[in-house]
Design a protein around this ligand. Structure first.
Ligand SMILES: NC(=O)c1ccc[n+]([C@@H]2O[C@H](COP(=O)([O-])OP(=O)(O)OC[C@H]3O[C@@H](n4cnc5c(N)ncnc54)[C@H](OP(=O)(O)O)[C@@H]3O)[C@@H](O)[C@H]2O)c1
Length: 329
C-alpha cells in the first residue's frame, strides 16, 4: 500500500520532512497547502509536489490525501489537526502537540470520534540511536537509574514577532525545546511525581530560559533546561548505579552515546546514517494506519497528554499564559 501525504505549512520543518518522506518507499507526497497561493505553488514546484492548495481547508477537502503532516506554529496545531481529522485524514502533528492539556484532550477526543490516527511527531523516539538507547536501558546494565540531566538551548532570532518569542503563536523554549528533555526523562524514568520550575520570561511573557527538576517515586530525579536565550551544550547524561550514559549534542538527535560502567567497561554507540532523521517516524505512522489504530502503541495519546500536563504545570510555575489557557490555568 502507498500512503498519500499532504503537507500543511511551508516552513523550515515542512521542507525537511518532505525530504524525509522521499526516503520512505511507501510514502508519496501528493499535496501541500499554504495561506498564500504563490507560497504553495513555489513550495510544490521546488519539491516536485503535484498539487498546491491556497488554503488549509482546501487540503482538507483533497480526496487524494490520506495523511496530513501538520507543520504550522504551535498555536494552530489543535484547530488544524481537528479540521483534517474531521475531513477524514489521519494526522502526524508536530511537537508540541498542543498549547495546553485541554487542547490535547480535545484533539484525542476528535481522533476517537472520527476514528482517525493522530500522533505527536516526537521523532527522537523512532531514531535508531534512541531505539538502541532503549535496548541498553532495558538490559539493566546501568542498574537503578538515579538521575537524568538534559538541556536544549540556542539563541533564537530576536524579532518579537518570531514564533519562538511570540505568545500568540505559542512561543517559548519549553514547548519547542523542553519537550525533548521531558521526552528523554520519561523515556528513561517513566512518569514523575512532582516538578519544580524556575525561569525567566521575555517582555511578551514567554519563557526564554527555564530549569525544572522532576522527582520520581523511585527516588530518582531529573534536571532539565530549555532556553532560547543562550547556546547550551545540548547534551544529556543518565546516571545509574553501575555507570553513566552520555548522549552527544544535540540530545534529541545525537550522533551517538557512550556507555561507561564503573567496572571499566566502555562502549560507544555511533549512528552515522545518511538521510533525514525525521523519516524514522513515518513507518510507524503507516503501520498504525494499516492496523486501523488511532494511536501509536510506541508513543501513546496518554504519553502525549502527560507532556501537555507537565508543560502546563511548568508554565503555571513560570507564569507563562497563552490566551487559550482561560482562567483556570
Ligand atoms: N521536529 C523538529 O525537529 C522541529 C523543528 C522545528 C520546528 N518544529 C515544529 O514545527 C512547527 C513549525 O515550525 P517551523 O520552524 O517550521 O516554523 P516556520 O518556519 O515558521 O513555519 C511555519 C509555517 O506555518 C504556516 N503558518 C500558518 N499560520 C501561520 C501564522 N499565523 N504565522 C506563521 N506561520 C503560519 C506558514 O506557512 P504558510 O505561510 O505557507 O501558511 C509557515 O511557513 C512548530 O510546531 C515547531 O515546534 C519541529
Amino acid at each position: 500500500m502507498v500512503f498519500r501525504w499532504g503537507i500543511a505549512g511551508t516552513g523550515r520543518i515542512a521542507s525537511d520532512f518532505v525530504d524525509g518522506l522521499r526516503q520512505v518507499p511507501d510514502a508519496n507526497v501528493v499535496a501541500v497547502c499554504s495561506r498564500h497561493a504563490d507560497t504553495a505553488r513555489d513550495f510544490a514546484a521546488r519539491r516536485n509536489i503535484p498539487r498546491a492548495h491556497s488554503s488549509y481547508a482546501a487540503l482538507a477537502e483533497d480526496p487524494n490525501v490520506d495523511i496530513v503532516y501538520v507543520a504550522t506554529p504551535n498555536s494552530r496545531h489543535r484547530d488544524d489537526s481537528e479540521m483534517f481529522m474531521r475531513a477524514g485524514k489521519h494526522v502526524l502533528c508536530e511537537k508540541p502537540f498542543a498549547l495546553n492539556a485541554r487542547q490535547a484532550e480535545s484533539m484525542i477526543a476528535t481522533a476517537r470520534n472520527e476514528r482517525r490516527f493522530i500522533m505527536e511527531a516526537i521523532w527522537s523516539r523512532f531514531l535508531p540511536v534512541y531505539v538502541s538507547l532503549g535496548e541498553v536501558l532495558a538490559s539493566q546494565r546501568l542498574g537503578r537509574i538515579h538521575h537524568v540531566a538534559a538541556d536544549f538551548g540556542f539563541v533564537a532570532p530576536s524579532q518579537p514577532t518570531h514564533r519562538l518569542n511570540n505568545p500568540s503563536l505559542g512561543g517559548g523554549a519549553l514547548l519547542d525545546l523542553g519537550i525533548y528533555c521531558l521526552h528523554l526523562a520519561r523515556f528513561v524514568l517513566g512518569g514523575h511525581d512532582s516538578v519544580v520550575a524556575h525561569g525567566d520570561l521575555n517582555d511578551q511573557g514567554v519563557d526564554v530560559d527555564a530549569t525544572y527538576t522532576l522527582t520520581y517515586s523511585s527516588g530518582a530525579t531529573a534536571t532539565l533546561r530549555s532556553t532560547t536565550r543562550h547556546a547550551t551544550p545540548c547534551t544529556a547524561t543518565i546516571t545509574g548505579e553501575h555507570g553513566i550514559i552520555r548522549l552527544e549534542s544535540r540530545m534529541h538527535n545525537p550522533p551517538g552515546f557512550r556507555l561507561q560502567l564503573h567496572d571499566g567497561a566502555e562502549r560507544y554507540h555511533r549512528y552515522d546514517e545518511p538521510g533525514q532523521g525525521l523519516r524514522h517516524q513515518v513507518p510507524e505512522v503507516h503501520r498504525c494506519i494499516e492496523s486501523a489504530f488511532i494511536e501509536s502503541p510506541r508513543l501513546t495519546h496518554s504519553e502525549t497528554l502527560a507532556y501537555a500536563r507537565t508543560m502546563d504545570d511548568i508554565r503555571r510555575q513560570l507564569g507563562v499564559r497563552y490566551d487559550v489557557d482561560g482562567h483556570h490555568q
